[in-house]
Design a protein around this ligand. Structure first.
Ligand code: EPZ
Length: 418
């Protein structure tokens, strides 16, 4: 099934239970490699990317199982230290096995992730850090081969803030000999969640969530014991956008508003009203949104993973919005599709100027990447008439049962084969 058919144009009302965070689940599952024995993790979302990560670990001989939101990972039978191109090319986060494999086993062979729709996605900073920790890194025929008798603590400065780079090196440093300092580290909540999980395993980490993180290496870590990961802030933000654009009234359950300060502040300026209630965060959309400007920045700035969804909102806002994407070089693939629905958007390099129109019209559109597909869902829910979103497998990478959640709040949405 790879299309989603949506008839939009009505305010959506009801409750949405937010799932676990994809970008916390992926690094925390790879952190299991650092410890022998059975690791158990809960609130794991049912996503294509989580399934792909499970396949990657199983391919290494790791015993991996996923049942009703919990995973169990046992590395005692790990026999293969390779992350093959076939798997890595479908999910760049596979590179997160590099640090743990090197730290625990002293060896790893990981396919370079290659680019994706939104950008070149290099991993030079991951490799720079591991080399500083004593790893011998060679690149051959599209693979990184890394070896290290024992990684040693080092001082590492990231000249670009990198989320998975920070995560890979934090995991590598947890078993290194000596202390590692990560400077200009990523401050995303998913980095902090990984740190909290590593600390539950016995790691000694200070400063996660700040831009300087200190990790004092230990000789061994305990397996993860029922660690519950954080809720998905981008799924939360996406449903906030849905309430905003449809003039809806949603209660978001199990979410963490404190992970979304920049997004909530901007949506309030655009006319969305928020209220904390016993059942969860209530989000009420206005009659018509007010155009506001955004610039994506590393956390705690406005997240790049919410840029496309915000653009859909601005497409029908009152006024003109200027959007600056500063993290990825090609994250406007959704613009051409939004234009097909009647939006008036001009793109010049990293800047998109969105002239709000009265309303959008449903149309057949194509998903190109995960958050672009989310922005098309947001737009289709407000558009008059029917939209067919093709290649919806992009959406399934990062949203757990989104069509079910949408139907529960009154949306007219169904899956179909193309
Ligand atoms: C993580 O990707 C997220 N993925 C992305 O979410 C998110 O968009 C991104 O962080 C930024 O917040 C996961 O956590 C699995 P980066 P990551 O390394 O770590 C440059 C989604 O939709 N860079 O923070 O791959 C890079 O080119 C996904 O859920 C280097 O130059 O992103 C980019 O311009 C999409 N060299 C910038 O840093 C490096 O070695 C930020 O990339 C690494 C990164």
């Amino acid at each position: 099934m790879d299309t989603l058919i949506i008839r939009g144009g009505k305010p959506l009302k009801g409750e949405v239970k937010i799932s676990g965070a994809k970008n916390a689940a992926l690094p925390i599952i790879t952190a299991s490699i650092l410890a022998s024995g059975e690791n158990t993790i809960s609130r794991i979302p049912d996503l294509r990317d989580v399934y792909t990560m499970g396949k990657l670990l199983a391919n290494m001989g790791i015993r991996y199982s996923y049942k009703r939101g919990s995973t169990s990972v046992d590395t005692s039978a790990l026999s293969n230290f390779e992350a093959p191109y076939e798997l890595v090319k479908t999910m760049r986060a596979s590179v997160l096995v590099l640090g743990p494999l090197l730290a625990r086993y002293g060896r790893a062979r990981v396919s370079l992730p290659g680019g994706c729709a939104i950008g070149a996605r290099p991993i030079n900073l991951h490799l720079m850090g591991l080399e500083k920790m004593g790893a011998k890194i060679t690149l051959d025929s599209g693979y990184v081969t890394a070896k290290a008798s024992r990684l040693k603590g080092a001082s590492i400065y990231f000249d670009t803030v990198t989320v998975t780079g920070t995560e890979n090196l934090m995991m590598a440093a947890a078993l290194a000999k000596g202390t590692t300092i990560l400077e200009n580290a990523a401050r995303e909540p998913e980095v902090t969640d990984l740190a909290d999980c590593l600390i539950s395993m016995g790691a000694k980490i200070k400063g996660a969530g700040e831009s300087v993180i200190e990790i004092e290496g230990t000789d061994e870590l305990k397996p993860i014991n029922k660690y519950k990961i954080i809720p998905d802030r981008i799924e939360t933000g996406t449903f906030m956008a849905i309430a905003g654009i449809t003039g809806g009234d949603l209660i978001l359950k199990d979410c963490r508003p404190d992970h979304l300060d920049a997004v909530i502040a901007k949506l309030k300026e655009a006319g969305v009203v928020f209220k904390k209630t016993k059942r969860g965060l209530r989000v009420v959309g206005p009659e018509r949104l007010i155009a506001r400007d955004i610039k994506t920045r590393p956390h705690p700035g406005f997240p790049t993973d919410m840029q496309a969804q915000f653009m859909s909102m601005m497409a029908v806002a009152d006024g003109t919005s200027v959007i600056k994407e500063t993290i990825f070089e090609n994250r406007y693939m959704h613009v051409a599709e939004l234009r097909r629905m009647g939006s008036y958007i001009n793109v010049d390099g990293g800047t998109a100027t969105v002239h709000g129109v009265e309303g959008l019209k449903g149309a057949p559109v194509m998903a190109t990447d995960l958050r672009a597909s989310a922005s098309l869902v947001v737009a289709a829910l407000c558009a008059e008439g029917e939209s067919t979103i093709h290649r919806i497998y992009h959406l399934d990478r990062g949203y757990d049962k989104i069509d079910e959640k949408l139907r529960n709040i009154g949306a007219d949405v169904r899956r179909a084969a193309s």
